[in-house]
Each structure stands twice: as structure tokens, then as C-alpha cells.
Design a protein around this ligand. Structure first.
Ligand code: UDP
Length: 386
């Protein structure tokens, strides 16, 4: 694949020393999937696989024996998130490249049973700062991915089972609670650029559903709700890694607003385990699913819980929204998913509680800091995300 940095890896091999030692996994035409009774491993493609959620999904797929191809431009993901840091792990091939470029460069013989599209410009903050790049990345990236999935399924004429990651942000500022998949969405005016994130994700959803309806692409849309856990970084404004990093450093935990706004936090490992199950269930195709926890907690209570679980006594400070975000920022008072649909479809229920997630995130952050002081994971920037 000329022009792209490709890091295929096989078992027991030491990390490659130079580009020339990298070897591509063989591209084959029709690969029978393990689920269809064949003995060849299932071939899965994960875009954004070096990211927070993507890397946990890659672990789940490798554990069940898939041959996994990851495409990630490392704009927000990290190579160190991948098992074996992307080297020397059986069945994992890592392509560091822009998504559209990488898809265009993969040959016609590259076939996938399953495609998980997690690559996106994440976060309202990024959209506010760089709207054109974000809208183009999200909409054009998903359009290219869906075309690719249609042409690169397990055999000619069959598209790959495709999961499109969306966001609870799609519901916009609707005040209905909990949010159910068939609810109306409510956005502000187009002059408020923050809503372009929700709109770009909504377009992704429309596209996926249209590919299912028009081309029978087995596509599933998943709306993530406040996913948290190990490897999440605070750099994009996400609250839990910011609180945990502050607690570890003995700095004040900064609660925006009155702290009475509520969210439901779901462990990333519960989320990652659910994704292949959604794709495996034929009844899920052509549908949209909320995925998260429905245990609600106020942000003030979350700050107190972090200190209690980690046995720290740092201060909790309140910060006005105008100081935390740009002025005129509209925070949601409440965000809670209706989980009935996903419960009925695959019996989903979160297994890990928030206390466990906080402990595991803190342990991972502390380990990383010890290994390389100044490592990412706690930088507090202003922003928000789905
Ligand atoms: N928040 C906070 N302190 C922080 C980061 C976020 O109080 O350091 C608040 C934020 O205003 C929001 C909630 O925590 O009310 C969740 O924020 P996050 O960005 O994690 O997710 P989202 O707002 O997209 O639900």
C-alpha cells in the first residue's frame, strides 16, 4: 500500500525496526466467517481502532480470534492504546493513515466480514474550533466507509456487516428524558456551530440507514452515551478523566455550573463487548440503538464519588460555564438513555459499576504517569463531547 504506513503484526515477532520489515496480512478474496461455519478467522476492520473505545473493541475482537485491521490517523488515538502497541500481536494489522486515503488504497481483494466505524472528529469543542474539518471528516469519512463496506464484504455482492458509531449528541437539546431512539431531535440555529456536530452525526445515521434500505447493507447505528474508563483522556474536556487526574495530582476538581446536571456513565469495556453482539444479531440491522448506562448521577456527586473511591481529599471547586466554555454555551441538564431497545435485542445490561471504572481508570493513569511522566491522560482543556 504505497504512501501509507502499514504496521501488520504476527505472533511472537519483535517490534519491527524499520518500515521495510513490515509485512501485510495477505489480502484474499472470499473469506468465510467463523460465524458462518467456516474455519478461516473472521476479518474485521476497525476505523479509529487506536482510540479510546476502538482500542477496547480491538481487544474483544482479537480475543475471539478475528483478524483485525485498524485504520487510525492518530489524531486523537494513541498507538500505545493498541495491544502490543500495534506490534507483535497475532492477527492485528495497523494502518496509520487518513481514513479516506486508506480505504482508497486497500485493494479490491481486501474483504471483511465486519466493519466497525469509530473514526470521527470527536467533540463539540473541536467542531466549534474547526467546523469545516470536523463536518468533512465525519460526513465524508462515513460516506466513503459505507461505499467501501458495500464493495468489500465477505464475498462479491454481499456487503460487510457494518456498525456506525453515533452519539447521544444527536438528540440535541431535547428536554425529554430518557432519550428513546424514535424520539424527535431538537437543535439550535445553524448560527450556533456546536449543533453541527449533532447534525453531522445525524447525517451519518441517515446515510447508514439509506445504505441498508437501498443496498441491503447490513448496517447498525449505535448512539454512545457518556462512555468512560481506562485510556480515556481529559484533553477533550471529558469529565471523568479530568476529575480522576485532578484527584491523583491533589488538585481541585472543577465542577462546571451548579453541578446538579446529571449524566449516566457506562464502562467502555461493557460498551466494547456489546458492539460485536449488535452486529451478530440480524434483527439489529437497519436500526438505531442507544448504548450506555441508565444509572444517573449528578456531576457534583461524581466529583465526591471520585474522591471517596480513590481515598483523596482534594477540594471541589465550581466554575461558571462562561469560564469553562465559550460564552453562550448550552449544557444539557440531563442526559439519560432509554435502554429498552438494546435490552430486548441483545439482553444488554452494564456489568461494571462506576466505582470499579473509577478505580481502573485511576490505576491505568497512575501506571502511565509512572512509566512516562508528562504522559497524556489528565490535561484539562475546555470542551465537551458526546
Ligand atoms: N464537566 C465538569 N468538569 C469538567 C468537565 C466537564 O463539570 O472538568 C461537566 C460538563 O459541563 C457536563 C458534564 O460534566 O455537564 C459531562 O461533561 P462531558 O464533557 O464529560 O460530557 P457531555 O457534556 O458531553 O455529557
Amino acid at each position: 500500500m504505497p504512501g501509507l504506513r502499514e504496521r501488520p503484526t504476527r505472533a511472537g515477532r519483535p517490534p519491527p525496526r524499520s518500515e521495510s520489515t513490515y509485512r501485510a496480512m495477505p489480502a484474499g478474496p472470499s473469506i468465510p466467517s467463523a460465524s458462518s461455519g467456516g474455519h478461516a478467522p473472521r476479518r474485521s476492520l476497525v476505523t479509529g481502532g487506536a482510540g479510546f473505545i476502538g482500542s477496547h473493541l480491538v481487544e474483544v475482537l482479537l480475543a475471539r480470534g478475528d483478524e483485525v485491521t485498524v485504520i487510525d490517523d492518530l489524531s486523537t488515538g494513541r498507538r500505545s492504546n493498541l495491544p502490543g502497541m500495534g506490534h507483535g500481536v497475532d492477527g492485528l494489522r495497523f494502518i496509520e493513515a487518513d481514513l479516506r486515503q486508506a480505504l482508497g488504497a486497500l485493494g479490491p481483494g481486501e474483504r471483511f466480514d465486519e466493519v466497525y466505524h469509530l473514526a470521527a472528529a470527536v467533540g463539540v469543542r473541536l467542531v466549534v474550533d474547526e467546523p469545516i474539518r470536523c463536518i468533512e471528516t465525519n460526513v465524508e469519512g462515513t460516506a466513503a466507509l459505507l461505499r467501501f463496506a458495500l464493495d468489500h464484504g465477505p464475498r462479491a455482492g454481499a456487503g460487510a456487516a457494518t456498525l456506525i458509531a453515533s452519539s447521544s449528541e444527536v438528540y440535541g437539546k431535547s428536554e425529554k428524558s430518557p432519550f428513546a431512539e424514535e424520539d424527535d431531535v431538537v437543535y439550535g440555529p445553524t448560527t450556533r456551530s456546536r449543533w453541527s456536530y449533532a447534525a453531522s452525526k445525524a447525517i451519518d445515521e441517515y446515510l447508514a440507514l439509506a445504505y441498508h434500505a437501498k443496498h441491503a447493507l447490513p448496517a447498525v447505528v449505535v448512539r454512545f452515551f457518556n462512555t468512560v474508563g481506562p485510556r480515556q483522556v481529559g484533553s477533550y474536556g471529558m469529565v471523568l478523566p479530568n476529575f480522576v487526574a485532578s484527584a491523583i495530582e491533589g488538585k481541585p476538581l472543577k465542577v462546571y455550573g451548579d453541578g446538579r446536571q446529571t449524566r449516566c456513565f457506562c464502562d467502555v469495556r461493557d460498551v466494547a463487548e456489546a458492539l460485536p453482539r449488535l452486529l451478530a444479531e440480524p434483527r439489529c440491522r437497519g436500526r438505531v440503538f442507544n448504548l450506555g448506562s441508565d444509572r444517573s448521577i449528578s456531576i457534583r456527586a461524581l466529583a465526591e464519588l471520585v474522591l471517596e473511591v480513590l481515598g483523596k481529599d482534594a477540594a471541589i471547586e465550581h466554575l461558571a460555564y462562561e469560564q469553562a466554555y465559550s460564552s453562550g454555551f448550552e449544557d444539557l441538564r440531563k442526559r439519560e438513555p432509554d435502554l429498552r431497545r438494546i435490552r430486548d435485542a441483545i439482553g444488554f445490561a452494564p456489568r461494571r459499576n462506576l466505582e470499579q471504572t473509577i478505580r481502573d481508570l485511576a490505576a491505568q493513569m497512575a501506571g502511565e504517569r509512572a512509566a512516562s511522566p508528562g504522559a497524556p491522560g489528565g490535561g484539562v482543556k475546555r470542551g465537551t463531547h458526546p
